[in-house]
Ligand binder design. Structure first.
Ligand SMILES: Cc1cc2nc3c(=O)[nH]c(=O)nc-3n(C[C@H](O)[C@H](O)[C@H](O)COP(=O)(O)OP(=O)(O)OC[C@H]3O[C@@H](n4cnc5c(N)ncnc54)[C@H](O)[C@@H]3O)c2cc1C
Length: 443
């Protein structure tokens, strides 16, 4: 056997493409059920990733994964609430998760993703998954219509085929199978970009507010800042706004970021005595979803299925949840000898509904929705709207908020278009999501 292929089985029950949170969740649960699972991750961990703020509903998946004790022992900052600052600089009362749900799950974490993703992937290894870093999947192989495995490529360029009964695509925004089958549909209205950096010594609240996520609207209402306190005295501060506003006809990333901070006293005041710890990162963040969640022998999870605007920090929850639901469908399917699209994707409708609810809340915010005004007018719905903020998305109980929210709309406002009213990615040449790292920053 050649050196680089050592440790790789040319056959397994399940192959997982990508070792981010979605892939490691699926791999952990599948290996924990005694299946032969291999994960192929093209990078070598730890690697940089954005997506640092967790929301409370991640608790239940983390519990199933056996991750809770590791999270408690970690240095990650504890997050108890989210707080909004409006365009006039007015601070809402914090939405304390515990007041809504007095349970341990109401405390979550602000994570440094290189560390969190490493912990998740190591956890998958501990549960029996074989994880291969620095190995890229270049294609999914098919036997007729059914996925039969993947073609992997090592750093040196050598390729091998690996057979599998099921292929889980957890390749993040790359969306290997989404591209192959042209499944991606760009959201018709969520077309944002982001620029961010990390500050040392920036303002931090104390006590249970120390780890709060702040969502700070820019004074011109074009966008918002995230303010996420991390460990080692770092704070992640990013501005999100329509792509054209942020990147067209402006200077460079640094100039645009500085202008936006200068225009926003609520951010300016918080970072005025801090020093910048890194250069400037940027992303194009067009939201998208896939028209299918599965095919025969394959299933999509996490960002490889869909990506939603980061306003409410729902990405890791959606990655964990889809990884969990897909793993359960695979276990059941393999036991019954059924790896059809219907079996592997049976969780798709429920998941899409949950994502729709979070998307609706995102769209409301961009149309001027104010949490403060809403709970003043509908105090009995404070708990339900907090349920949405914690990520309790997969129940129709929360749908009672939409009617009252509509009463706050401008008269005659048209309903929000659905995500699938957007253009298929295939036909849109100049649209692509990408991450731009500061010069010299290792991926
Ligand atoms: C600006 C911004 C801010 C965000 N903020 C938040 C936040 O505060 N909270 C939150 O929860 N979410 C946030 N998100 C979303 C979050 O980053 C993602 O939803 C989450 O990382 C998805 O996890 P994943 O496992 O699906 O994909 P990823 O974490 O991207 O993992 C995919 C993995 O697949 C690997 N891979 C890709 N292609 C291949 C291949 N061909 N072969 C092998 N490996 C491959 C990649 O190297 C990567 O490690 C934010 C996103 C953006 C853009």
């Amino acid at each position: 056997m050649d050196q680089e292929r050592q440790g790789i089985d040319l056959e397994s029950d399940v192959v997982v493409i990508g070792g981010g949170p979605a892939g490691s969740t699926a791999a952990t649960l599948l290996a924990g059920r005694g299946l032969r699972v291999q994960v192929f991750e093209r990078e070598r961990f730890p690697r940089f990733h954005i997506g640092e703020s967790l929301i409370p509903e991640t608790y239940w998946v983390l519990e199933r994964l056996g991750m809770l004790s590791k999270m408690r022992a970690s240095r990650f900052v504890k997050k108890h609430s989210v707080q909004f600052v409006n365009a006039r600089g007015k601070l809402s009362a914090p939405f304390y998760f515990f007041d809504n749900k007095p349970h341990e799950c109401s405390q979550t974490w602000q994570v440094v993703r290189s560390e969190f993703d490493q912990m998740m992937l190591d956890n998958a290894r501990e549960h029996g998954a074989r994880v291969h870093e620095g190995v890229r999947v270049v294609d999914v192989t098919f036997d007729g219509e059914r996925a039969s495995g993947v073609t992997i490529q090592f750093d040196g360029g050598r390729r091998h085929d690996v057979k599998a009964k099921v292929v889980v695509d957890a390749s993040g925004q790359n969306g290997l199978l989404q591209q192959r089958f042209r499944l991606r549909v760009w959201d018709p209205i969520l077309n944002k970009g982001a620029i961010w950096t990390y500050w040392k010594g920036a303002y931090r609240d104390t006590g249970r507010d120390e780890g709060a996520t702040m969502v700070i609207q820019t004074p011109n209402r074009k966008g918002w800042f995230w303010y996420i306190p991390l460990h080692d005295d770092l704070v992640s501060v990013g501005v999100v706004a329509p792509f054209d506003y942020l990147f067209k006809g402006r200077t460079d990333r640094e100039g645009t970021y500085r202008e936006e901070v200068e225009r926003c006293p609520a951010v300016q005041d918080r970072v005025s005595r801090a020093t910048r710890a890194t250069g400037y990162f940027a992303t194009k963040d067009y939201s998208y979803r896939s028209t299918r969640v599965a095919g025969d022998g394959w299933v999509l999870v996490g960002d490889a299925f869909g990506f939603l605007d980061p306003l409410y920090s729902s990405g890791v929850l959606l990655a964990l949840k889809s990884g969990e639901l897909a793993a359960d469908a695979i276990v059941e399917g393999l036991a019954a000898g059924d790896v059809s699209a219907a079996q592997l994707g049976k969780w798709g409708p429920l998941f899409n509904q949950g994502m729709d609810r979070m998307r609706r809340l995102v769209c409301e915010y961009y149309e001027g929705f104010s949490f403060g005004a809403f709970v003043r007018q509908y105090p009995h719905l404070r708990g339900t709207v907090t349920d949405l903020l914690i990520g309790d998305l997969f129940t129709d109980r929360v749908d009672q908020v939409w009617g009252p929210m509509e009463t706050l709309h401008e008269p005659g406002k048209a309903p929000f278009p659905q995500w699938d009213a957007g253009a298929p990615a295939d036909g849109v040449e100049d649209k692509a999501n990408e991450l731009i790292l500061p010069e010299g920053h290792k991926p």
